[in-house]
Design a protein around this ligand. Structure first.
Ligand code: KIV
Ligand code: ZN
Length: 433
């Protein structure tokens, strides 16, 4: 471990978070079809990308990075298919990624011809490590790469805009997390100048972790410091692009939104390079359970999961927040009992709030069912079986019956050595009463 350089916290890293509240959803941008796709063992073909694109549209994502058209023929073809096939709704903006290199920029302009709304996203790496190890240059060197690209893009964009395209710009100082904040602000301000950014034409400054190697509060401090240092901050939309190397992508996004960012680039279920990008679903539903409308529709999460698994050929883990197979189950008797009591309480009180212990969200809100909330195995208590009878079959067993029926069910689970499905519990009820 001694070969790793520790991350040096900024001066405010000791401050307690949060000192603000998250009251509204960020602008969402999906990078599934680019960052997510480039990290797949078996990248999506055009049909899979199309299905995925339409799924994102149905969820309500309005900005979608559709690929890296100058990187490969498939990427280019997909962009053309979307545009020529009329697949892009009028209220959706496609985003295309390109390195800050002239011939790739030219190819990318060819790829977007005829599109109505486009975000032209270019990047180059700026961190101390990348400058030293990969590019052998200094801050002035990486700034020049960014500004030259910005000038070229601005010039080329004018004819597309004149032809009616709504074209916006996005710049990412890749490896922002490892860049000195003064340098990042200087480079980004020069890019804003080169792109003629103003409050009417805000440019997206996308600040990636690229590799997540510090604590979420440190990164949020970086965002806040960057915003303070950036000349003409109001000319920019501050965007996040957290990766998840330390497993803290969601926390990083949440704290950084509190620190002043307005937009998040994310993927469904956190697909993306290495440990993935920040998970849009968890982030959105965390907002949702805090009483903030995420403005994304996850009311049929199982359908989204099916598309995801089919197109990416990857499996979602059983404990993945909100969507995992097991996240609405309770195996322990005390949990089952509390859920049972919460359900009864809500019914009796006509409560307008979600007041069921152990279930952070109503499963119905994501299109999941009550029935699998409780599965009965040898660890279940007396309340569990009664709950299943009520939820699955509408039978309200009198309280006095719960212990005896619980024992019958428990004996059966011990005999079978497995959990019992609701149908078997019903049969036991019929057999014994
Ligand atoms: O993670 C990253 O830095 C990226 C950039 C290209 C935005 O994906
Ligand atoms: Zn990325």
């Amino acid at each position: 471990f001694e070969k790793y350089i520790p991350f040096v916290p900024l001066k405010r890293a000791h401050r307690a978070w949060p000192d603000k509240e998250l009251k509204q959803a960020p602008i969402w941008c999906s990078v599934d079809l680019r960052d997510g796709n480039q990290a797949l063992i078996d990248p999506m073909n055009i049909d899979e990308k199309l299905e995925y694109f339409h799924t994102l549209v149905d969820i309500g994502v309005k900005e979608i990075e559709v690929g890296f058209p100058s990187a490969s023929e498939v990427e280019y073809e997909f962009c053309r298919t979307l545009i020529e096939g009329g697949h892009i709704p009028d209220d959706v903006t496609i985003q295309v990624l390109v390195q800050a290199r002239p011939h790739l920029i030219e190819k990318t302009f060819e790829a977007i011809e005829g599109a109505k709304h486009v975000i032209f996203h270019f990047y180059n790496s700026t961190s101390t490590l990348q400058r030293k190890v990969v590019f052998h240059t200094d801050v002035a060197g990486v700034k020049k790469i960014a500004v030259d690209a910005a000038e070229m893009i601005y010039t080329m964009a004018q004819s597309a805009i004149a032809a009616g395209m709504d074209l916006r710009y996005e710049y990412s100082p890749e490896s922002f997390m490892g860049t000195e904040m003064e340098a990042a602000a200087e480079i980004c301000a020069a890019v804003l100048d080169a792109l003629h950014a103003d409050t009417g034409h805000r440019v997206i400054l996308n600040l990636p972790t690229t590799v997540e190697n510090c604590m979420p509060n440190y990164f949020a401090d970086e965002i806040e410091t960057f915003i303070e240092l950036l000349p003409g901050r109001e000319r920019a939309i501050i965007s996040l692009h957290p990766h998840n190397d330390r497993g803290e992508g969601v926390a990083t996004a949440e704290l950084s939104l509190l620190a002043g960012a307005e937009r998040v680039e994310a993927t469904l279920f956190g697909n993306g390079e290495r440990t993935g990008n920040v998970d849009m679903v968890t982030l959105a539903l965390n907002l949702y359970t805090q009483g903030v409308d995420p403005e994304l529709d996850f009311s049929h999460i199982n359908r989204i999961r099916d598309v995801y698994e089919r197109c990416t050929k990857m499996k979602i883990g059983p404990r993945q927040p909100y969507v995992g197979e097991l996240v609405f189950t309770a195996f322990s008797g005390s949990h089952q009992d509390a859920i049972n009591k919460g359900t009864q309480y809500m019914r009796e009180q006509g409560s307008e709030y979600w007041e069921i212990p152990y279930l952070p969200i109503d499963p119905a809100d994501v299109g999941r069912e009550y029935e699998p909330i409780i599965r009965i195995n040898s660890q279940s208590g007396k309340g569990g079986a009664a709950f299943v009878m009520q939820q699955s079959f509408g039978y309200d067993l009198p309280k006095a019956m719960h212990p005896e029926f619980g024992r019958i069910v428990q004996r059966e689970t011990e005999r079978m050595g497995t959990e019992l499905q609701p149908q078997r519990i019903f049969e036991l009820f019929r057999e014994n009463y």
